[in-house]
Design a protein around this ligand. Structure first.
Ligand SMILES: [Mg+2]
Length: 335
């Protein structure tokens, strides 16, 4: 039987199949006044201010269908947004989902995407509030997610508050998504539809999965860091050195990273799969990790965060053991 395509359904038919998927993603904490189905959603803002962010993923640029299932694409799209909310010190309260797709796209693909979005939305306790559907040109599929968050009365943690003498700490993993991408690019990785074809190694599987789904960053630690007095914070989208460089420039501080602390993150699965040199390169440069990095006054680092270095009064740049690290740009791997 031929696959049902989006062009075989009316928009109302498609929505009737999507709504139940998202209905299962109802969050536990959000205060949804009006949910999907009206002209717009209404969400309470208990903290008195609203945190907003959006991210777009495009087929062929941000994911490959031969690597990633639609469920994985949907999961990753949500994780990217929730990590940005967390990096401000906020809690996610709702999501808007826009999908523009070639009418020849299989309905099952769109439902798989919705299921991945709903799964990550459940993990983040952030319900899908609404969205939009549109058709797109041949081969084009674009998913845009907007996340809403609440600060719970906290001040937002910005990128420009780090001070000389603060320590730099990470919560979550380093280099795993970038490591997985390297394995996939080198045809050593496991794709969603050929889990056993390339490698029997568990670590390879786990790293590739981290790249395809964006895993489960510790986003509840964003508000924890804010409450602990974090002076700056960012989620790791483009690699540790590049993202910390943003904090360094915004805050006007130098950042000195401790090579020994970084090598501890490179040890284990990353080194096992990639070798020590490439593992270290991914710790420094690997993108789409979405762990949280923040600066704190010494002695105020929350439990579960790991020290990576400190801020100095030096030039706004990132050094490792006093030297400029060799970092390969994340952009080179994209598209
Ligand atoms: Mg970010």
């Amino acid at each position: 039987m031929p696959a049902t395509r989006l062009s075989d359904l009316s928009e109302a038919d498609l929505l009737a199949r999507l709504f139940p998927v998202y209905a299962g993603a109802k969050g536990g904490t959000a205060d949804v006044v009006i949910g999907p189905g009206d002209d717009a959603a209404v969400l309470a803002a208990p903290g008195g201010s609203v945190v907003l962010t959006t991210d777009t993923m495009v087929r062929g640029r941000d994911w490959r269908d031969d690597w990633s299932s639609p469920h994985e694409v949907g999961h990753k799209a949500v994780v990217q947004n929730v990590a940005d909310i967390a990096a401000m010190g906020a809690t996610p309260t709702g999501l808007l989902v826009a999908l523009a797709a070639d009418p020849a796209t299989e309905v099952d693909w769109a439902l798989g995407l919705a299921e991945g979005i709903a799964a990550a939305a459940r993990e983040a306790s952030a319900p899908v509030l609404g969205g939009d559907l549109s058709s797109a040109g041949p081969g084009t599929v674009m998913v845009a997610i907007t996340a809403v968050g609440d600060l719970g009365g906290r001040a937002a943690v910005r990128r420009d508050g780090a001070r000389p003498g603060d320590v730099v700490a990470v919560c979550g993993t380093l280099g795993r998504s970038g490591g997985g991408l390297q394995l996939l690019l080198a045809d050593r990785g496991r794709t969603h539809d050929a889990p056993d074809a390339m490698s029997a190694h568990r670590v390879v599987h786990d790293l590739c999965l981290a790249h395809r789904t964006a895993g489960r960053p510790p986003w509840e630690q964003g508000p924890v860091a804010a409450d602990a007095g974090a002076t700056s914070m960012i989620d790791l989208s483009d690699g540790l050195v590049r993202d910390l460089g943003r904090i360094a420039r915004a805050s006007g501080v130098g950042v000195e990273l401790d090579g020994e602390a970084l090598r501890e993150h490179a040890a284990g699965p990353l080194t096992e799969a990639l070798g020590a040199d490439e593992a270290m390169r991914q710790v420094l440069s690997g993108g789409e990790e979405h762990s949280l990095v923040a600066t704190f006054a010494p002695g105020e680092v929350p439990t579960g965060w790991h020290l990576l270095g400190r801020c100095t009064a030096g030039a706004p740049a990132v050094l490792v053991d006093g030297a400029v690290p060799v970092v390969t740009g994340w952009d080179h791997f994209r598209g």
